[in-house]
Design a protein around this ligand. Sequence first.
Ligand code: PBG
Length: 324
Amino acid sequence: MRPRRLRTTPAVRRLVAQTRLHPADLILPVFVRDGIEEPQPITSMPGVLQHTPDSLVAAAREAVDLGVGGIMVFGVPRDEDKDGVGTCGTDPDGVLNAALRRLRDELGDRTVLMSDLCLDEFTDHGHCGVLDDHGRVDNDATLERYAEMAVVQAEAGAHVVGPSGMMDGQVRVVRQALDAAGHQDVAVLAYTAKYASAAYGPFREAVASTLQGDRATYQQDPANRTESLRELALDLEEGADLVMVKPALPYLDVLSDVAALADVPVAAYQVSGEYAMIEAAAAHGWLDRDRMVLETLTSIRRAGAQLVLTYYAAHAARLLGGGS
Ligand code: PBG
């Protein structure tokens, strides 16, 4: 047997390729910031911007025209609008909810509009939930905030809400709250396996996070693998429509495990630090950015992700020849 026979020409390699990348499988995460006149660069994520509402609409339109499958929106409030319980996240006129409404108005059902459902962008302490008297993240008090936030986001026009705080029971309360408010058609993208990762570093700049300390009491320990299967079982039982593994590249084993067992679509999130690592090496001329982008996205798909959240979504769509 000569395996090289199937590698001889580009056409034969294309014919036998087991994994294909398509813009429709990519989801673009975007940031919208309150109180800025012009889009702001994010130093640790070259090429990614904190948008004004207007530039956000333009970027979303461009991505949709390139064939990207969905948009995931993160809000960055003014510092003075942050408080202990993240009030801005449930204010219908808060930066994230206003942006969702505007995007849904402009784009309708042409794309899948997704919202990050978490408090960390909106709290003055930077944690993903509310704190108890001892300064610990209070799981069940946080669930009440998530339930309220889900309904406000659905009302603003999100097709999909993405609870990302890793509170126990978050999918169940979000599903129940959406149903009770008449939003049966709004889907839940569960952050199922979310590890306490150094790779979120640049994101913290992107959302102007005030976090002191870490999230190790609610995000998963990188040392653990089977724990993700327990998280998966819970999320499916609680009604998750889609499940996600995050970060992506350092956790391909977890992704592969989850994909083998999940009977719903599986997503993976190529996070800010994964983006920054490629950008930093490419800026030095140490590797070929475009090849690295396509190779990492292909690997994440090969490991079992049907969908990939990536800051490269529009760029990759362009490389793949997308566009109408
Ligand atoms: C929490 C949230 C985070 C990211 C997405 N949702 C930050 C965190 O958990 O600290 C990180 C995404 C990235 O690094 O690209 N709202």
